[in-house]
Design a binder for this molecule. Structure first.
Ligand code: ZN
Length: 155
């Protein structure tokens, strides 16, 4: 393992991948999105309960995949839970920028999610990190019911 990858698999990431937070079913979810990352084999089932005002009242996930995909989903649910729709949208954009562009400084609002910044150097890993966020982006666009996304289908 080279040093770039070591940096990527920091302790926080490994901890979240081994013991993902907000992992499990959400029976009263209004929206469910199935996300696939075929290039790595990662899968996520994201369940979101939006409040009447559009806030992220509750968010949980199940699924399986590599450490990066699971850690990103775990950190994402922690970060988004309780956020207004506007706040959640800003975090979504900030995370997408973090892992896909050469932003000079990661916004402090992303907290531990900034640790995933290292994936930028590895295009295949970007898909792993962004899978859960793509699923959430779809959830924002889905009034209710179920939807599906894939990292292989460009939006
Ligand atoms: Zn992966």
């Amino acid at each position: 393992m080279n040093s770039d990858l070591e940096e990527l698999y920091q302790e926080v990431i490994l901890d979240h991948s081994r013991r993902p937070r907000n992992f499990g079913e959400l029976p009263d979810a209004g929206v469910r999105v199935h996300g696939d990352n075929p290039s790595c084999g990662d899968e996520i089932h994201l369940a979101v309960k939006f409040g009447a005002d559009g806030a992220v009242e509750d968010i949980r996930f199940t699924g399986q995949g590599c450490a990066i995909s699971q850690a990103s989903a775990s950190l994402m649910t922690m970060k988004l839970k309780g956020k207004s729709r506007a706040e959640a949208t800003l975090l979504l954009r900030a995370f997408q920028d973090l892992v896909t562009s050469d932003v000079a400084a990661a916004p402090p609002s992303l907290g531990d999610l900034r640790l995933l910044r290292g994936v930028r150097k590895f295009p295949q890993r970007v898909k792993c990190a962004i899978l859960s966020w793509r699923a959430f982006e779809q959830a924002l666009q889905t009034p209710s019911g179920e939807a599906a996304i894939s990292t292989e289908a460009d939006s």
